[in-house]
Structure formats: structure tokens, C-alpha cells
Design a protein around this ligand. Structure first.
Ligand code: AP5
Length: 210
């Protein structure tokens, strides 16, 4: 299965991707995580991306399309994958088609802007393995400063600052939201209304995949 998760920043794409990935035994490809790894490693791509991401803007299409092409050609993608954070605009969606990647289903997780800003202030992420938590809604086990999976030290992402979240929301509405119409016309879009509890959104997401 080849699946796209659409949604505003903080809508819960990464959270749901973890569940879907486990259930179907397919990898999640998060362009955001790949870019953050490049920043941590100090690569040329990372150096180019850092300031752009810190402002909440989109990294240039040629950079992310090339990362995506490289990642989807890895052997673990042979049986499918979940795209989390790609495509982000129509040009990136067209690029997927040009690469011959046929998408089976697009799930858009719908969350109001007001709830997004609140969620982002409570998010904590693991820079080592990419796991995502929330201090109230999805706390890490035992010590909330340590990753449950890999024991890495949890951080607050620089782009989760409230003023950057507002800029990311604007980019989402202007550039990414039109993808709903793009995929609706292809008949592969399903909307999932994001719920207050993570497990309720998970149940609706699996219903949309059935
Ligand atoms: P990226 O890393 O993709 O960030 P994003 O899309 O903005 O999404 P997030 O990871 O912030 O949120 P999410 O929807 O995964 O939510 P999560 O599950 O963590 O991109 C970062 C940057 O990289 C971009 O701004 C851009 O600069 C660049 N970039 C990446 N891809 C690109 C591309 N294709 N083109 C160009 N540039 C690109 O959940 C959020 C929080 O809420 C968590 O704390 C979670 O625990 C909690 N939560 C989740 N679900 C619920 C629920 N139901 N109830 C309560 N809390 C919940």
C-alpha cells in the first residue's frame, strides 16, 4: 500500500503514521525527519534547509523531491510506504506521478487551527529516533523528558514556537490544502476528523483505510 497523510502541522500525521506503519509493516517516510537528520549531520542539504525550516517555510522542491526519490528506491519500500509531509504542494504531487509512484489512498487529518497551536506547545520529540510525544495527550513513559523507545533526551522543536507555527499554518492553507481537491478529483481522498484522544483518531484512520 502506498499512502499519503495530509494535514496541518501538528494535525497528528506522524502520530498516526507510527500506528499504520506497525499494522501494515511498511515504513514511514517523513521528509521533515529526513531534513532534521540532515541538519543534525551538518550536510549540505541540512545547511540549506535549516534557516528555511526555522522560519516555517517550505524547503525548495528540487531538494525534497530528490530526497524522496532516493528514499523510495530503498529495498524496504518494495511493499509500500506512508508519506508523511510529502507532497506539500501541487508541483510535488506532480513529481510523484512523474516518478511513476501510484498512490492508493490519501488520508487528510482535519484539525482546527486553534487546536494546532495548543498541541504544538506541548509536543516533545526525540532527535535520535524521531518519536513524537505530547506532555498531556501522549506522554512518554515514566520520565517525560526521555524517549520511551530509544531513551534519547526529548526536545521541543525550534519550529514549534508559536510565531513559527502561525507561519507554518499559513503555508499549509496556501500551498498544501489545495492537494485535497487534487486527490479528491482522483477519487482517492478520505477525510478523518482529528479527535481529542489519539486512539479515537487512530480508530477513524483505520476505518478510512479499510
Ligand atoms: P514536518 O516535520 O513534516 O512537520 P509538519 O508537517 O509541520 O508536521 P508535524 O511533524 O509538525 O506534525 P504532525 O502532523 O506529524 O503531528 P504530530 O503527530 O507530531 O516539516 C517540518 C518542516 O520541514 C516544514 O515546515 C518544512 O520547512 C520542511 N519540509 C518537510 N517536508 C517538506 C516538503 N515536502 N517540502 C518542503 N518542505 C518540507 O502531533 C503533534 C502533537 O499533537 C504531538 O505532540 C502529538 O502527541 C499530539 N497529538 C497527535 N494527535 C493528537 C490527538 N488526536 N489529540 C491530542 N494530541 C494529539
Amino acid at each position: 500500500m502506498k499512502l499519503i497523510l495530509l494535514g496541518a502541522p501538528g494535525a497528528g500525521k506522524g502520530t498516526q503514521a507510527e500506528n499504520i506503519s506497525r499494522h501494515y509493516s511498511i515504513p514511514t517516510i517523513s521528509t521533515g525527519n529526513i531534513l532534521r537528520e540532515a541538519i543534525a549531520a551538518g550536510t549540505e542539504v541540512g545547511l540549506k534547509a535549516k534557516a528555511i525550516m526555522d522560519r516555517g517555510e517550505l524547503v525548495p522542491n528540487d531538494v525534497v523531491i530528490s530526497l524522496l526519490k532516493e528514499r523510495t528506491s530503498q529495498p524496504d519500500c518494495a511493499n509500500g510506504f506512508i508519506l508523511d509531509g510529502f507532497p506539500r504542494n501541487i508541483a510535488q504531487a506532480d513529481a510523484l506521478e512523474e516518478l511513476g509512484i501510484m498512490i492508493d489512498r490519501v488520508i487528510s487529518i482535519e484539525v482546527e487551527d486553534g487546536a494546532i497551536v495548543e498541541r504544538m506547545s506541548g509536543r516533545r520529540t526525540c532527535p535520535d529516533c524521531g518519536a513524537s510525544y505530547h506532555i498531556l495527550y501522549k506522554p512518554a513513559d515514566n520520565d517525560s523528558t526521555v524517549c520511551t523507545s530509544c531513551k534519547g533526551k526529548l526536545i521541543q522543536r525550534p519550529d514549534d514556537a508559536p510565531e513559527v507555527v502561525l507561519s507554518r499554518l499559513k503555508v499549509f492553507h496556501d500551498q498544501t490544502e489545495p492537494l485535497k481537491e487534487y486527490y479528491s478529483k482522483k477519487g482517492i481522498l478520505k477525510l478523518v476528523i482529528g479527535q481529542e484522544k489519539v486512539e479515537d483518531t487512530t480508530r477513524l484512520t483505520f476505518e478510512a483505510l479499510a
